[in-house]
Design a protein around this ligand. Structure first.
Ligand code: SF4
Length: 709
């Protein structure tokens, strides 16, 4: 513990890792962060997990990019990944800011002018601020001239958002995590909250201690299972079977909330017909959960005073991810478990600002606040607001952009140039060999980041940016809380704020923006974004954020305290009703077979964050989990003549990796689990790029692999 008297200053901010949005205090001595403490924020009440408490020294790591870099002529963009800074000078030379920015913007402009607006694409970041996300999508839409802008929401909850927009008219949560204290039952499905949303998990555990029933439904039995009333370990890929069996039971046993269904939903008869064949007795053989247990859980959910569903990427990252989320919406609706305390739908958002980046329009089919680009009235409003015509066609999504980068020269929509701000698709995309080939094949790639990521390694121009403690801005957590983080330290060397860099690229592409004020005009950008998102954050001024630190949206006036629970009277759909959508069984795009007999499930672990660029450069976190592992249960290891601790090769039809084996008896028979944070054993070399047709999310949670010693 480091007390106030031992530091030069204490700066209030927000944790830069997961979507829980814990408020923190940076403790700074001699211009370095030396400790982090939890603050009494509304999402964490001073609690922090190991990442929030110890994952700060990445900002001071010697690998930080401190000078603009330009690729040397003739150096091939091979896909070898090199992190050793001693080798950078063989590939890149240092440049002045003016030269680097001129080259970065000039290359993009030349491609746009020669091949048209859709020859360019941009990936923004869920780890940047709301202001950066807003300005980045504005740059792509008004400067590049197309809607080819996306970010990693496409890889985490895009299918959940697709189902939520269709079903309830809003892509955000209905109730906040802390509401679990009001619930009689909570269903945690496709989520490992102890690892991925650890402070949120503590509220669930506290609720369980106070008598709330936790039902864990997941192919993997994870830590939260120790606190569960019932655990439904269903077979991977059978979510729809399991959930439709619960809905079937509620309707079949007369437990449906008829008053709620009649007053507040539509298409109930289609849903009833759709689940008729999904009796628990029929689905037991499909999902592997006894029919009696399915009926018991369905009864408990329907008859609870309040029941809430929290889900993660186990639901969303399937080719049937949107169907999975449709089932969750229908389950809540038929039981009348939405629109009141302790109930509702909560997709646990992954990154610290994936909610805010999506809200700000960093997605190819939506302008800020989920207003569709193909709606003429919406587009006309933004054309007036931004003073320029907009492309009426939705843009390509993350995986589609990679496919378009590899399209033949004759394709009029071939993507030839990209601006990647703070994302690392060379680690996070599915089928990495394909994605890396696409990035390497671009005519012009600009990467803005704090480290030489696997993506930056293939760039033509690398722009050194600021880490989270080096800037002021807002982020929006999984609970719809807009929160202000303040700059605690100066950026190293010549690194510059992301917001300033986006404006510099915009100016060189002919955009006459003017955002006056300190911190690259962050307050002015926020206030413009507030106008673009008036339906959500009209009442959250910059001054209010400086005063209060955190305000929940929807918040429509300065005296509105914000609405932690929504849908209390109606849904923001065209008719004000929740739309029920029946679903049918759809199997994974690639099933195990004699050659590739195991199912690969990818995900995260407690100590490491996403592609590892920050947490693997945080000394404490990397010391706790220093090497890549693949987990199988003890029976599966023995059956295959493998032992925990040995090195093994994992192969799929798309690639192979070598890593250590770990025994985890929560992993189901016939499956192997791998985190995707390790560049030396990148799990996404193995994964399948098959997409959910609605959310366009890849099937990270299911592909066929083999494991050999
Ligand atoms: Fe940070 Fe999430 Fe941990 Fe909170 S729970 S400290 S937001 S990583």
């Amino acid at each position: 513990l480091i007390g106030s008297q031992q530091v030069d200053r204490e700066v209030p901010s927000v944790c830069p890792f997961c979507g829980v949005g814990c408020q923190i205090t940076y403790k700074v001595r001699d211009e370095k962060i030396v400790a982090v403490d939890g603050r009494d924020g509304p999402a964490n009440h001073s609690r922090l997990c190991v990442k929030g408490r110890f994952g700060f020294d990445y900002a001071h790591h010697p690998h930080r990019l401190t000078v603009p870099l330009v690729r040397k002529p003739g150096v091939p963009k091979d896909t070898d990944v090199l992190r050793n800074p001693a080798l950078w000078s063989e590939v890149f030379r240092e440049a002045t800011w003016d030269e680097a920015l001129d080259l970065a913007a000039g290359g993009l402009k030349a491609l746009r002018d020669q091949h048209g607006p859709r020859s360019l694409a941009g990936f923004g970041s869920a780890k940047g601020t709301n202001e950066e996300a807003y300005l980045f999508q504005k740059l792509v839409r008004t400067g590049f001239g197309s809607n080819n802008v996306d970010h990693c929401t496409r890889l985490c909850h895009a299918s959940s958002v697709a189902a939520l927009l269709e079903g309830v008219g809003s892509g955000a949560v209905s109730n906040q995590v802390a509401d679990v204290a009001q619930a009689e039952l909570i269903l945690v499905i496709g989520s490992n909250p102890t690892a991925n949303h650890p402070v949120a998990a503590t509220w669930m555990k506290n609720a369980a201690q106070a008598g709330t029933k936790i039902v864990l439904a997941d192919p993997r039995v994870t830590d939260i299972g120790r606190h569960a009333w019932r655990t439904l370990q269903f077979r991977p890929d059978t979510d729809v079977a399991l959930l439709n069996a619960l809905i079937h039971t509620i309707i079949d046993e007369g437990l449906a909330d008829r008053a709620f269904i009649e007053a507040r939903t539509s298409h109930f008869e289609e849903l009833r017909a759709g689940v008729a064949a999904f009796s628990p007795e029929a689905m037991e053989a499909v999902c592997g959960v006894p029919a009696a247990t399915l009926r018991e859980v369905a009864r408990a959910f329907a008859t609870a005073r309040a029941a809430m569903i929290l889900w993660g990427m186990g639901i969303s990252q399937h080719v049937h991810g949107t169907d999975n989320a449709r089932c969750l919406i229908a389950l809540c609706a038929v039981a009348g478990q939405i629109g009141k305390p302790g109930s509702g739908l909560h997709p646990l958002r992954g990154q610290n600002n994936v909610q805010g980046a999506s809200d700000a329009g960093l997605i190819p089919m939506m302008l800020p606040n989920y207003q569709r680009v193909d709606d003429p009235a919406v587009r006309a409003w933004f054309e007036r607001f931004w003073g320029t015509p907009l492309d009426p066609q939705p843009g390509y999504t993350v995986v589609e952009i990679m496919d378009k980068a590899l399209a033949p020269e004759s394709d009029p929509h071939k993507v030839r140039g990209m601006y990647v701000e703070g994302e690392n698709p060379a680690m996070s995309d599915p089928d990495l060999n394909h994605a890396r080939e696409a990035l390497a094949g671009l005519s012009h790639l600009v990467v803005q980041d704090i480290f030489m990521t696997e993506t930056a390694w293939m760039a033509d121009v690398v722009l050194p940016a600021t880490a989270w403690p080096e800037k002021t801005g807002t982020v929006t957590n999984t609970d719809r809380m807009v929160q202000l983080g303040r700059q605690a330290i100066e950026p190293p060397g010549q690194a510059r704020p992301d917001l300033w860099l986006i404006q510099q690229i915009a100016a060189r592409m002919g955009l006459a923006w003017h955002y006056p004020g300190p911190d690259a005009g962050v307050a002015a950008v926020y206030e413009e974004m507030r106008q673009a998102m008036h339906g959500a954050i009209a009442g959250i001024s910059w001054e209010r954020l400086e005063r209060e630190g955190s305000v929940t949206y929807p918040c429509l006036s300065e005296d509105d305290p914000g609405q932690p629970i929504v849908f209390t009277d109606s849904f923001p759909t065209a008719d004000g009703r929740l739309r029920l959508v029946p679903t049918q069984l759809l199997t994974a795009a690639e099933r195990p077979d004699p050659e590739y007999p195991l199912v690969l499930i990818t995900g995260r672990q407690l100590e490491h964050w996403h592609t590892g660029s920050m947490t693997r450069r945080s000394a404490v976190l990397d010391a706790i989990e220093p090497v890549a592992t693949a987990s199988l249960n003890g029976r599966e290891l023995e059956r295959r003549g493998l032992v925990a601790g040995q090195m093994a090769t994992l192969q799929s039809r798309r690639g192979e990796v070598r890593c250590h084996l770990r025994r985890d008896d929560g992993t189901p028979d016939g499956a192997v689990f791998m985190p995707f944070a390790y560049q030396e054993a990148a799990a996404n070399l193995l994964t399948n790029p098959a997409l959910d047709p609605f959310g366009k999310i890849p099937e990270f949670k299911y592909c066929a692999v083999k494991v050999s010693p």
